[in-house]
Design a protein around this ligand. Structure first.
Ligand SMILES: [Zn+2]
Length: 718
């Protein structure tokens, strides 16, 4: 164990402990005036190193990064340890690999409070700290906000449950990230640490104009060019504020993008250089520009900036300071560990790990691979057949062992409920429930299974083009030969739901849950599907049968559970589930609206004033969070109507109708409110509009008569 995290110490104490045992960086400059330097960290998501001019690209996409590079140390062989956003940023900000901190994947993991982040380290040394991130994988609830006084993740959160690929993706463009960051920066006194994260090159590729038009044939390049242009604005602002000589600038990518290479479209499944090779540029006052060809990696950033800023390095960092390289010296070669474990954690496919050592790159899986990066950086000629695979595996095991912590091993233990609560109090989430497979064959390897995964993606594309039967046939075809392609189950169920074939959707998802009991996405979809079909008992029993650690951090699943409980008449349980949803994410308009609806229902049945007040408060919160959420405006209008506040009722109902003209019942309440206010023409208009809707047709004869009487009452000329 090389790390400093030992046992279950309370996070705060642990951080203190780390600070107390901090050792001055060996070979670092003595802290002097350099101690007041600022730090700007720019991470550009999904940026392939070969798109950067300073790294040899002839595409002309990155004039701004190239301008920075011309005054910087440019590392031409920098590697990520993981091809995923959250793990990679965790590697950067903690200075350790997933073997140590346990964050192996995006959504199902969380950075625990016990680890020391670069933000915390600098904050404790008097730095003002601000982070401005562009994409959901870095949302504060995944834990990287530790140590940042301001952690701005103000993008719209994706809401799950629809699965048609059109959900909100939870991102914002670089320009918006920088606008917020710039506001912050202009009010800071030195020293400060600013981290900005641009998510743009991540798929889907949809750059803003003029890049969309200019790169119509290659929108990924367009996203890169756009992110680079905003980087230019960041650098200009530094110059304009006179901060060039007092700020260390580090710019890197979190991982690359395969763009079809090796059969991978995006990133996360494989670990070739298309996704592991990243740009790394470091500009520091007093350092001459230089090109560095030795292998370096993300975990080297933390110790390097400590040395550049003249602050001591904390214990437990796994990387090495790159200062000697920035001065033209060499450092001892170290193996760079890497992994791509998303398919392992989400689908039970064979794990994929490896290391780069000098020019050799070993990828361990049931089909081992070895490449000579000096001659074959594109990794097309697998030399594993000529090598001693057992010895390479032994070496890999030793590297993993050397970087592991007891804590990360604990993280993979299937958690019972009590343990889960405890882990949660430590800020941990992750791991699969149930036993994990330990023996893998070539059939389980990513190389064998990825083509089927890709086929599933293409089938959904067929469906979007209107080729429904073809899409269903393709997905069924995949599942007839491979049962561990979760996307095939989920996509097929999505199509059936869209086609109003809920029973078939449920059957597919149940088969999926049986074949892949560890898959949270399938579990989630089963519950949604049962709920949508009105099978509330089954939704609840599916939820209760299996406990997933992920559910503890998924506000949306608790919303569905609460809705199902309410429909079953269990108000207390429903309110508790909504409370849980909001405890996980207090910005979910959907949950506020649903909880308000339950309170309002209780009020209608019991006349309890407290329930009415709570309903009103929840509806108000829902519209405040999401001013485009028509059902909440409707409910708010109805609640005001109920209380006799007709002016407020009318305002909210009109707003609801303007957002969604299909809200038939809004016409009924509007008409009724206008009638109460004495505006008969308006009342007549809305009530007759209501009478023409299917909602009216669905009323009981007595209710219809009441509407008809009201229309008669306000009929013109009467
Ligand atoms: Zn990323």
């Amino acid at each position: 164990m090389t790390g400093a995290l030992k046992g279950a110490v309370a996070p705060r104490t642990l951080i203190l402990l780390l600070l107390l045992c901090a050792v001055p960086g060996l070979g670092a400059d003595p802290p002097g005036p350099a101690g007041r330097l600022n730090l700007l960290l720019v991470t550009i998501d999904t940026l392939r190193a070969d798109r950067v001019g300073a790294l040899g690209s002839k595409r002309g996409l990155t004039p701004e990064m190239d301008r920075l590079a011309a005054r910087s140390a440019v590392f031409t062989r920098a590697f990520a340890h993981t091809p995923m956003t959250l793990p990679s940023h965790t590697n950067i900000l903690l200075g350790s690999t997933p073997s140590f901190h346990g964050v192996h994947d995006n959504a199902d993991f969380m950075v625990r409070g016990g680890f020391l982040t670069l933000g915390e380290h600098l904050q404790a040394r008097g730095y003002a700290t601000g982070a401005f991130v562009g994409g959901f994988p870095l949302d504060s609830y995944f834990g990287l906000d530790q140590g940042f006084t301001v952690y701005d993740d103000a993008f719209r959160k994706p809401e799950k449950g629809v699965g048609d690929g059109n959900e909100d993706r939870g991102e914002r463009p670089a320009g918006e990230v920088w606008a917020a960051a710039q506001k912050w920066l202009r009010t800071q006194k030195a020293p400060w640490f600013l981290w900005v994260h641009f998510y743009d090159p991540h798929d889907p590729y949809d750059p803003p104009e003029p890049y969309r038009t200019r790169f119509a044939r290659d929108p990924y390049d367009g996203e890169v060019a756009y992110a680079d242009a905003v980087l230019g604005n960041v650098l200009d602002a530094l110059g304009e504020l006179g901060l060039d000589e007092t700020t260390v600038v580090v710019c890197t990518g979190d991982h690359g993008e395969s763009l079809g290479e090796h059969g991978e479209d995006t990133h996360g499944f494989l670990a070739y250089n298309a996704t592991l090779w990243v740009p790394l540029v470091v500009r520091a006052p007093g350092f001459a520009p230089r090109v560095v060809g030795q292998n370096v990696s993300h975990i080297d950033i933390f110790p390097t900036v400590c040395d550049l800023l003249g602050v001591e390095r904390p214990g437990g960092l796994q990387g090495t300071s790159l200062l000697p390289l920035m001065r033209g010296k060499r450092i001892p070669e170290r193996p760079v560990y890497f992994e791509a474990l998303n398919p392992y954690y989400t689908m039970g496919w064979a794990p994929l790990r490896g290391f780069i050592d000098g020019q050799r790159k070993f990828i361990d899986s049931p089909i081992p691979e070895l490449y000579d990066l000096g001659r074959d950086f594109g990794e097309v000629r697998n030399l594993a057949g000529e090598a001693d695979a057992a010895a390479l595996r032994k070496r890999l095991e030793a590297i993993v062992r050397g970087q592991s912590s007891e804590e990360s091993a604990k993280a993979e233990r299937p958690a019972d409920r009590a343990a889960l609560e405890k882990l949660r109090s430590l800020g941990y989430v992750g791991g699969l429930s149930g036993a994990k497979k330990t023996i893998f064959t070539p059939e389980d390897s990513v190389a064998s299974l990825l083509p089927y995964q890709n086929k599933a993606g293409k089938a959904l594309e067929l469906y979007r083009q209107g080729k429904t039967a073809e899409a269903i046939g393709a997905l069924r075809g995949i599942l007839s030969v491979r049962t561990n392609i979760s996307a095939a189950y989920v996509d097929l169920a999505t199509i059936y739901r869209r086609e109003n074939r809920p029973d078939e959707a449920i059957a597919v998802l149940r088969a999926g849950a049986e074949a892949m009991p560890e898959n949270y996405e399938i579990h989630f979809q089963v519950i949604v599907c049962f709920y949508e079909s009105g099978r509330f008992d089954e939704a609840l029993s599916a939820f209760e049968t299996q406990s997933f650690p992920q559910a503890e951090f998924d506000p949306v699943i608790w919303n569905y559970v609460g809705q199902s409980q309410w429909k079953k008449g269990d108000v207390a349980a429903a309110l508790a589930s909504f409370g849980k949803s909001l405890a996980i994410d207090d910005r979910l308009a959907l949950t506020y609206h649903n909880r308000g609806t339950v309170h309002f229902d209780v009020f209608r049945r019991t006349g309890r004033a407290g329930s009415y007040e709570r309903a009103l408060a929840d509806f108000r919160k829902a519209v405040e969070i999401d001013p485009a959420y028509s059902p909440a405006f409707f409910s708010l209008g109805v609640a005001y109507f109920q209380a006799g506040s007709f002016a407020e009722a009318i305002g909210n109902l009109e707003k609801a109708l303007s957002l969604d003209p299909g809200l038939d019942e809004a016409h009924f309440f509007l008409g009724s409110a206008e009638l109460k206010r004495g505006d008969k023409p308006s009342a007549y208009r809305h009530l007759t509009l209501f009478k023409a809707t299917p909602s009216y047709q669905g009323l009981s004869p007595a209710a219809k008569k009441r509407v008809d009487d009201a229309i008669l009452e306000c009929k013109p000329g009467r």
